[in-house]
Design a protein around this ligand. Structure first.
Ligand code: HEM
Length: 162
């Protein structure tokens, strides 16, 4: 499956030449612009200024923290596609922590168009139909595992997953 990796290690190996922070920022700017209701979940990250515009500099570190974590999570998912037990347990457990943040499964679904947009902007011609479809499938898979964790907040990830 042709996937252009977004993880930092791949970036450092120069397998692709997109600035890691650019793709992360593009995706999350887009997300908060197209899904303004989601901003309320990140009070430390995004605030509105007096003109009702996003105040991105408010706490760039916090934005970076979540955005990079998401992208690293996706990178790790791609890298562990061969080890579904490990991948499932990580994603289920991330889903479980998101329940405590009031994040619902449909919110995770809402992130895909922004990620798709960010990948398209940053990968340019490399983000062809095949690559885009590969990413879409990976995202559907990890969203399903996160959703499983959200719906089963007490599920023990070590022994009940396959
Ligand atoms: C693939 C998708 C995602 C991944 C891999 C991911 C991963 C993470 C991780 C690892 C953390 C830090 C640990 C924790 O507190 O649980 C986190 C925090 C958080 N996530 Fe996500 N996340 C994803 C999608 C989302 C979405 C779609 C939303 C909301 C719309 C969201 C909202 C939050 C919030 C509010 C926090 C807490 C941030 C803070 O500490 O201020 N996440 N996420």
């Amino acid at each position: 499956m042709a996937v252009y990796y977004t993880s930092r290690s791949r970036y450092q190996n120069k397998r692709f030449c997109v600035d890691y922070w650019t793709i992360t920022r593009t995706c999350f700017y887009r997300f908060f612009e197209t899904e303004p209701d989601m901003k309320a979940l990140f009070p430390k990250i995004v605030q509105m200024n007096e003109s009702n515009q996003l105040e991105w500099q408010m706490d760039r570190d916090m934005l970076q923290k979540h955005a990079v974590t998401v992208m690293e999570g996706l990178g790790a998912a791609v890298e562990s596609l061969e080890d579904s037990d490990f991948l499932n347990s990580v994603m289920v457990s991330i889903g479980q922590t998101h329940v405590r943040r009031n994040v619902k499964p449909q919110y995770v679904k809402k992130l895909w168009p922004s990620l798709h947009y960010g990948l398209g902007v940053c990968l340019g011609d490399h983000y062809n139909k095949e690559v885009s479809e590969a990413w879409r499938k990976v995202y559907i898979y990890i969203s399903a595992q996160m959703t499983r964790g959200m719906k089963n907040p007490n599920l023990k990830t070590n022994d009940e997953l396959s």
